[in-house]
Design a protein around this ligand. Structure first.
Ligand SMILES: [Zn+2]
Length: 255
């Protein structure tokens, strides 16, 4: 009976994390949008710098070591490699990650449905990452969720900007973003039930998820950061990336 208790507690954690990472991020981004406060929106840019660090830390200090403790190291690394290539190809086909700056060319040219579909896909993967992380350990789940929220808020904020610019009302933009965010909850729950019945899948899901985090940080967030070249911006970026890594490092050390 005890294992049943643990499982239901785990499911509760996963549900809370999935809601926080998807709908929660959309709501927070919506609030930021409504305030129309440029300082608050600058905070959102800083969140992407922090996310660069937490994503790298979560993947390299948490998820990959955890996966290799549960499965063969070279098989785990092969999965990470396959994951990186997979996300590269995926990005070729859909608007995998859109950018945080509102006037991004790729974003302006993309049709609204493509943005929403790309987002829905991305959020579904975030959901699977959250489920896999919580199923291997609560601490891992917590910092994976933090990493998701940090990169999702600026992402959703950027999406709001595009959707409003394309003529959608605020209500519709919010509704569409919530809908594309809810794929995280559906995919996360499906992944949970799938992995609960086949526990041996968890390290595989972790290794593959780590690739998604590495890809977002290295191929998406960091290239965006390089577009800002002033000494001040660069210093803030380095400081916040290091802070992000440090947050993850501290969570791991205290456990
Ligand atoms: Zn995400």
């Amino acid at each position: 009976m005890e294992t049943v208790d643990i499982e239901s507690g785990q499911l509760a954690y996963i549900l809370i994390a999935l809601f926080a990472g998807s709908i929660g991020s959309v709501m927070l981004a919506g609030l930021l949008m409504l305030t129309n406060d440029h300082q608050l929106q600058a905070v959102s840019t800083y969140l992407t710098y922090l996310a660069g660090g937490t994503l790298l830390g979560a993947a390299l200090l948490g998820m990959i070591p955890k996966a290799t403790s549960m499965m063969d190291t070279s098989a785990a690394m092969m999965l990470v490699l396959a994951g990186i290539l997979f996300f590269f190809v995926l990005e070729k086909f859909i608007l995998w990650r859109s950018c945080r700056n509102k006037d991004c060319k790729r974003h302006m040219q993309a049709a609204v449905p493509m943005i929403l579909i790309g987002d829905a896909f991305h959020n579904a993967i975030d959901g699977i990452v959250i489920a896999a992380a919580f199923m291997s350990s609560t601490e891992l789940g917590i910092f994976v969720t933090i990493s998701v929220i940090f990169h999702e808020i600026p992402q959703e904020l950027g999406d709001f900007g595009i959707l409003l610019k394309s003529g959608l009302t605020r209500k519709k933009a919010l509704l569409y973003n919530i809908l594309s965010g809810s794929t995280a909850i559906i995919a996360g729950l499906l992944a949970y039930y799938f992995m609960a019945s086949m526990k041996s899948l968890i390290p595989y899901a972790l290794a593959f998820s780590a690739a998604s985090f590495l890809y977002i940080a290295l191929a998406d967030l960091i290239p965006e950061m390089h577009k800002k070249t002033s000494v001040k911006d660069s210093a803030i970026q380095i400081l916040l990336i290091l802070s992000g890594v440090f947050i993850i490092y501290c969570i791991i050390q205290t456990n």
